[in-house]
Design a protein around this ligand. Structure first.
Ligand code: ZN
Length: 447
């Protein structure tokens, strides 16, 4: 599978993370089914222009100029920034991560192939793909080319024969020296954004491969162009299955840089949220449904995740005899598998998980085992959280809670209250006194 990766000129926002959490979940689902997955993701460090089309400045070069760094340093910095975030979101690194700048040779070869077959033409600023030569061009996105012609999809470029034509190779502007530029048979310049993905995906996965992912905003231009240039070059089907994730919304609008309505992982962490709460939030919606991001929904997601972690800790600590309710266990396993195999229905998978959490007729050990198995797909880090927190809880927190219960029985309420405050402040735990004893949970944050 091939996934369109980030353009590394600034920090990604939560909308981008939705795409990569989806890709990670998809890969986990395939592996869970026993399939061997080879996953490739590109890093766009050159060629993505500010307009998303063929005009405007290269995003990485622009950031470099603004920050007075080299384009190479900007790209490396934000590549690292991206993978640091991925790690916090428990997104596994794809098997192959490929930088556009390391594959210029493959891109030039692909453009040459298209040139030989007569799909290209030259303008004063680059080599373009002639979409009128590729009969199936509108099919992928069911485009209405007439409509496109009249509409303002791209800024007018008088040398382009059709609005849908796109740059395969752009020349470095005359009189300027870019940080990133290469010699080519057509002149010094840099690759177009779309050709990067075709060249790298086919380089690593062959001319026809199984799965390609990306955000739904890629359908009409980026992926349409990928299909056109790849299939024009090879004469073969490019991709068997396309999976596109929906947007993350804020107040009814797509979270995006251009609308300035975005949040980053830094914002989430600054408010004290666990990044995995975001992962949980995204899993509560189907990948083809929009999600409206609010701090309240993130808070609710974190609350649910904390309760789940609490259950895991309890299950780990409980001594229960094995192999009770084996049939029930199997039915949960089947139900979960059916959910994830139904077009990655993560909301249904989560609800099966919660049913299992509250199931009385399955012994704790089997329950724990199966929950951790489910988490191989969900990626909520339940396995890791267990060991770390169990240790902490067993030591200090459980000691404090016990001590507090004792003081409470003795009626020493001011000391009881002191411990309650300490638990709250130092461990982010709230305690509640009930007739059955003290109940505690991780506190939900106020914003
Ligand atoms: Zn792409």
């Amino acid at each position: 599978m091939y996934s369109c990766g980030p353009t590394v000129y600034e920090s990604a926002h939560l909308g981008h993370y939705r795409a990569y959490i989806f890709v990670d979940t998809l890969k986990r689902v395939l592996s869970f089914n026993g399939l061997k997955v080879r996953s490739v993701m590109n890093i766009t460090n050159v060629g993505h222009l500010t307009s998303d089309a063929d005009v405007g400045e290269d995003k990485v070069e622009k950031a470099a100029r603004e920050k007075q760094m080299s384009a190479w340093d900007i790209a490396e910095y934000y590549t690292k920034d991206f993978f640091d975030a991925m790690q916090k979101l428990n997104v596994e690194r794809p098997d192959i991560v490929c930088r556009a700048t390391d594959h210029i040779e493959q891109m030039i070869e692909l453009v040459q192939k298209l040139e030989e077959k007569g799909y290209t033409y030259r303008t004063s600023d680059g080599i373009y793909f002639d979409t009128s030569k590729f009969a199936g061009y509108p099919d992928f996105a069911r485009l209405n080319l007439q409509h496109l012609k009249e509409g303002a999809r791209v800024e007018p470029n008088p040398e382009k024969r059709k609005p849908s034509d796109f740059a395969l190779w752009k020349f470095s502007p005359a009189g300027t020296k870019r940080n990133m530029e290469w010699d080519s048979p057509w002149g010094v310049g840099f690759p177009g954004w779309h050709i990067e993905c075709s060249a790298m995906s086919m380089h690593y996965l062959g001319e026809t491969f199984d799965i390609h992912t990306g955000g739904i905003d890629h359908i009409t231009v980026h992926h349409t162009n990928e299909v056109a240039q790849s299939e024009a070059a090879t004469g073969k089907k490019f991709v068997r299955y396309w999976l596109h994730n929906e947007f993350l919304m804020v107040n009814g609008e797509k979270m995006s840089k251009s609308k300035h309505n975005f949040y980053t992982l830094v914002d989430i962490e600054a408010k004290g949220f666990n990044p995995l709460a975001l992962r949980y939030l995204f899993l509560t919606a189907h990948y083809r449904s929009k999600i409206n991001f609010t701090w309240k929904s993130l808070e609710a997601a974190e609350h649910a995740l904390n309760i789940l972690r609490e259950h895991i800790i309890e299950l780990k600590g409980s001594k229960n005899k094995e192999s009770e309710g084996r049939e029930k266990v199997e039915s949960y396993r089947t139900k979960f598998l059916e959910a994830i195999n139904d077009d990655i229905n993560t909301p249904a998978a989560l609800s099966t998980l919660w049913e299992l959490v509250h199931e009385k007729d399955v012994d704790n050990r089997s329950k724990l085992e199966l929950l951790l198995k489910f988490d191989e797909v969900l990626g909520l880090g339940l396995k890791d959280v267990k060991q770390k927190e169990e240790q902490e809880l067993n030591d200090e927190i459980r000691g404090l809670i016990k001590n507090r219960e004792e003081l409470r029985r003795q009626g020493k309420y001011s000391e009881t209250d002191e411990i309650r405050k300490r638990l709250d402040k130092e461990f982010n735990i709230t305690v509640e006194d009930t007739p059955e004893g003290t109940k505690w949970r991780f506190k939900v944050r106020k914003n």
